[in-house]
Write a protein that binds this ligand. Sequence first.
Ligand SMILES: Cc1cc2nc3c(=O)[nH]c(=O)nc-3n(C[C@H](O)[C@H](O)[C@H](O)COP(=O)(O)O)c2cc1C
Length: 202
Amino acid sequence: MANKILRINSSLFGNNGASTQIIDNLVEQLSAKLTHVEVITRDFSTQAIPHVDGEWIGALMTPEQDKSDEQIAKTQFSDKLIAEVKEADYLVIAAPMYNFNVPSMLKAWFDHLARAGVTFKYTENGPVGLMADKPVFVVTTRGGMHKDTSRDTEVQFIRTFLNFIGLTQIEFIYAEGLNMQDNKEKALVEAEQQVKQAVATV
Ligand SMILES: Cc1cc2nc3c(=O)[nH]c(=O)nc-3n(C[C@H](O)[C@H](O)[C@H](O)COP(=O)(O)O)c2cc1C
C-alpha cells in the first residue's frame, strides 16, 4: 500500500510562493522517510477552489434522484475533495497569511470539507470529527511577525477547524517576518529547522 501525501498549495504565487517552497522541501523530506510514496497535489493557483454558494448548498440538500446534472457535478467536486483527505495518510498544507487569515481559497477548501454526517456530526456531548486522525503539517508564512500574539487568529482557526473534523495531530511550521528588512534569510533557515523537527516526529 502506498503512503499517500496530500499537498495543498494555497499561495497566490504558485510554485514561487514561500510557503510552496517550504512545503515542497517538507514533502521531499517526508517522502524520503517513507516507502511507496504517492504525492497528490492541489495547487489553488492553477486549480481554483470555488466558494460555496447557494447553488452548492442547494445541490447538497437535493435528494440524489432529483439532482440536476449541474448539481451532481457540484456535489461530486466536494465529494472528491473530502475523499482526497480521507484517503491521505499525511496532509501537508501551505497556509500563507493573507489579510490576517488563511487565503480565501484555503477557506473555501475547508468549507467543502465540512460536511455534516460525513466529516463531523453533533452528538449530545457536542461535535465529533469523523475523519480518521493522521499527521497534518501546516506551514504558515507571513510578511510580519504574529506568532503567539492576539493577531494570530489564523493558526487558531486552522487548529479549530482541523480538530472539528477529527484531525488533531498537527505540526505548525512558521516562517515569519519574510517582508521585514534583513529577516527573510534567518526566517527561512529557522523554518527549515522546524521542518526537520516536524518530519522527525514521523
Ligand atoms: C494578498 C496578501 C495579503 C497579505 N496579508 C498579510 C498579513 O495580513 N499579514 C502579514 O504578516 N503578511 C501578509 N502578507 C505577506 C505574506 O504573508 C508573505 O508575503 C508570505 O511570504 C506569503 O507567502 P507565499 O509566498 O507562500 O504566498 C500578505 C501578502 C499578500 C500577497
